[in-house]
Design a protein. Structure first.
Length: 109
């Protein structure tokens, strides 16, 4: 999933690559990560977008596209739902988010 952020692949393809059914992948993700694979994928894309917002001067539209969102408005709504701030407000406040993520932290752990 991390290798396909700009062009998200369908969960069924992820499952097939792992050699399990989509339903089995769903169960395993919920059991081990507490969320479904689509939600986990979206979280990865949001973390990447947040990192780009804080660490680059690229436009929000470019970042939305790079993070696999079809349009900037949808991305902005999803970003605000995830972080409580609009992408442009987040860019103006690079110190810390409300959940304590450091601005310079690694994108993926």
């Amino acid at each position: 999933m991390e290798q396909n952020l700009a062009r998200p692949i369908p969960i069924a393809e992820v499952a097939a690559e792992l050699g399990v059914s989509a339903r089995q992948l769903e169960r395993l993700c919920r059991q081990h990560a507490g969320a479904g694979p689509a939600s986990l994928y979206r979280q990865l894309r949001m973390r990447y977008a947040n990192w780009l917002i804080v660490n680059s001067d690229r436009s929000v539209t470019d970042i939305a596209s790079e993070a696999g969102f079809a349009d900037c408005a949808h991305f902005s709504r999803q970003f605000k739902d995830a972080y409580g701030l609009s992408p442009s407000t987040r860019r103006q406040q690079p110190q810390r988010l409300k959940n304590g993520d450091a601005a310079g932290a690694r994108v993926f752990e």
